[in-house]
Write a protein of this length. Structure first.
Length: 253
């Protein structure tokens, strides 16, 4: 077992009886000989941010019970140190606190924020808000595989098969090898009586699951779109990017 350190997740022992920490997940922000500090991540609070903060009337953002100490304060974690000054770096890419007023001013339509907010809303049972936020993400980035996948799952959980099918088909058009698309389309097609399509998707899922390194079904797509295929190579050249004046393609003056 690794020693406790900032940035790790602590999961409560299943037999822990303390009501404050029973079945809890804690994000550890600080661990020193004098003590440790962290936040509970999975205990939803009964109020949203707009109910607790002035000038936040439009921010229907879920709030979580961070722990039994200093319950009269609000803390937040974020990934925008260049926009929210004064935060404390917990680990690379995750910051605790900072200018709260500036955080409230940030664009409510930020696609990354909306995506993760939708996942939080799903856990809190706010399925309609979850769908609307994922749709906002896709309005900005229609080729987002993650957003298509999660919206398909959202519709599936809401028992909206036609809309779920539409999202998984769109996901498959973007990534022909996506396992989630194969699996869910096999189920949806079968329930819709489309037995041949269901059988095809099921076979692709089984094959790809057994050998995830074989891009069997995307090869034809990648052959037709070399500009996408080349992105899988860690080091490659973008020929459409102009070289700086006086610089040759080989990097020599």
């Amino acid at each position: 077992m690794d020693s406790p350190a900032a940035g790790i997740l602590l999961i409560a022992d299943p037999f822990l009886k303390d009501p404050n920490f029973k079945r809890s997940v804690i994000f550890l922000c600080e661990h020193q000989s004098e003590g440790s500090f962290g936040f509970l991540l999975n205990k939803a609070y009964e109020y949203s941010l707009k109910d607790l903060v002035n000038n936040a009337d439009d921010l229907e953002i879920p709030v979580y019970f961070g722990g039994p100490v200093q319950t009269d304060t609000i803390h937040f974690l974020h990934q925008y140190p260049e926009l929210i000054k004064g935060g404390y770096q917990v680990i690379d890419g995750i910051y605790w606190g900072g200018n709260f007023e500036k955080a409230l001013e940030l664009s409510p339509n930020n696609a990354r924020a909306l995506y993760y907010l939708a996942l939080v809303e799903r856990r809190a049972g706010h399925s309609d808000a979850e769908v609307e936020d994922l749709k906002k993400v896709l309005a900005q980035y229609p080729q987002s595989r993650d957003a298509r996948r999660e919206l398909g799952i959202s519709y599936y959980q809401q028992r909206r098969p036609e809309e779920a099918m539409e999202q998984f088909e769109a996901l498959q058009a973007i990534d022909p090898d996506d396992l989630t698309a194969h699996y869910n389309l096999a189920l949806l097609y079968r329930r819709a009586g489309m037995k041949d399509k269901a059988k095809e998707q099921s076979a692709k899922f089984v094959t790809k699951k057994i050998d995830p390194g074989a891009p069997t079904y995307s090869l034809d797509f990648l052959r037709k779109h070399p500009e996408i295929s080349i992105e899988s190579v860690p080091w490659h050249v973008h020929k459409d990017v102009p070289h700086p004046e006086g610089m040759s393609a080989g990097g020599e003056h």
